[in-house]
Design a protein around this ligand. Structure first.
Ligand SMILES: [Zn+2]
Length: 222
């Protein structure tokens, strides 16, 4: 059997289930699930020099520059090792290039890139039906799971809410950003590492997707 893939990038549009799948893979295979958003917030909260640098951008509502985002990730790798599962990172071609350079220096190349594909229609439906728990982070579909806004989270009991950015207007903007920034990342990997890139239909059920991803991570894909 082939060895496990332990340096993984999961890409996909909003509501494609990246975070959920990354969590499940992380538990199944013991690969750290790294959320760059969480890393960024942690650096800012701890007031590290990287955090202060990032604050100058985020406090103005701007995205941090690509090289800074990758320096934050590289710092995490120096402390925690070079096995990772990134979800939604790199989100620009610039980040992908900086990440490749950083991994090259660490002699730890990427092993798997997966794009979760979902139609615009499915993205819209999932987002507009989504209810989130601000306490434990779980999300539910108002149609699929029959949860209601303000009702208790089935996992922890806190009230479920509709996130402020789960609106039609915000969705249009997020899809635009995804198309303009992240789809070129997919093209970048298509050009530079076609053998690493796999596409998965995210319209299928969560378990079916997890099965496909597990086979890829376990090195058993055809
Ligand atoms: Zn909850």
């Amino acid at each position: 059997m082939d060895p496990l893939k332990q340096r993984i990038v999961l890409l996909g549009p909003p509501a494609s289930g990246k975070g959920t799948q990354a969590d499940r893979l992380s538990k199944e295979f013991g690969i750290p699930h790294v959320s760059t958003g969480a890393l960024l917030r942690s650096e800012c909260a701890r007031g590290t020099s990287l955090g202060r640098e990032a604050d100058e951008w985020t406090s103005k509502g701007l995205l941090v520059p690509d090289d800074l985002a990758v320096r934050i990730v590289a710092t995490w790798m120096q402390e925690h090792g070079t096995n990772f599962l990134f979800d939604g990172f790199p989100r620009t071609v610039g980040q992908a290039e900086h990440l490749d350079q950083a991994l090259k220096r660490m002699k730890a190349p990427l092993e798997l890139v997966v794009l979760l594909e979902l139609s615009d229609q499915d993205i819209r439906r999932r987002i507009l039906e989504r209810l989130s728990c601000l306490n434990c982070g779980a999300t539910f579909s108002s149609s699929l799971h029959a949860q209601i806004e303000g009702g208790p989270c089935p996992k922890c009991g806190a009230p479920l809410v509709r996130r402020k950015d789960d609106t039609e207007e915000a969705l249009v903007q997020r899809l635009k950003v995804y198309r303009e920034l992240t789809l070129p990342v997919v093209s970048y990997y298509e050009k530079t590492a076609p053998e690493l890139l796999h596409r998965v239909n995210a319209g299928e059920g969560s378990d079916a997707i997890f099965g496909q991803l597990s086979a890829m991570v376990g090195g058993n894909q055809g």
